[in-house]
Design a protein around this ligand. Structure first.
Ligand code: GSH
Length: 189
């Protein structure tokens, strides 16, 4: 999400991957005590978290037609933002549990809540796009939705083909150069 924002908003940056996401050394995450990416590092030090980073990138780009999370009071936007972030965070829990090994199954309620959220988003995505300002350069909700939808099958957490309207949205968003040049991959040292 942060890299799509930086590219869309033309903010120069260098991408540095964390090569071992299981590391418990905060130094590997620019001193983020939560041991999470992304972190933006600049002259003011580290800035933790996607929303903070996207807000900072929007501020730097000077562009005013960027719709951040919480900018719109419309229920459809607010609820979609909440559900997308829920899906993302639930997916991270699934992946983290898997990386930790052991045989504890992911609670079925977690998977059900992710599927329910995606069904809601599939049902409402067209109306959501209608409600967003026509002249926006970018919106957090769209970038996050695209990234969540594409990450789930890539990390083999969930197939998403059955949500056709979300698939169509992703096919359109994928045309952007920012999306093409940030396709998921495992970086090698
Ligand atoms: N609220 C944070 C969540 C960040 C997050 O969960 N990042 C994932 C990667 S996409 C991560 O670092 N996972 C490793 C872990 O949680 O151990 C944000 O939006 O930046």
């Amino acid at each position: 999400v942060a890299r799509v924002f930086a590219l869309e908003l033309d903010v120069p940056h260098v991408f540095r991957p964390v090569l071992d996401i299981t590391s418990r050394n905060a130094a590997d995450y620019a001193d983020n005590p939560a041991l999470k990416v992304p972190i933006l590092i600049d002259e003011s030090g580290p800035l933790f978290g996607t929303e903070n980073i996207c807000r900072e990138l929007a501020r730097r780009s000077g562009g005013s037609n960027v719709v951040m999370r919480g900018d719109m009071s419309h229920r459809l936007v607010a609820n979609s933002e909440e559900l997308i972030l829920h899906v993302m965070s639930a997916e991270v829990s699934v992946i983290t549990a898997r990386l930790a090994g052991g045989d504890a199954a992911v609670p079925s309620k977690v998977m059900a809540s992710m599927r329910n959220s995606l069904s809601y988003l599939d049902e409402h995505v067209d109306a959501l796009l209608e409600v967003l300002p026509e002249l926006r350069a970018l919106s957090f909700v769209e970038v996050a939705l695209f990234c969540a939808m594409t990450h789930l099958p890539w990390r083999q957490v969930m197939e998403v083909d059955s949500w056709k309207r979300l698939g169509a949205f992703c096919d359109r968003f994928r045309e952007r150069e920012s999306a093409r040049s940030t396709e998921y991959r495992f970086d090698a040292p």
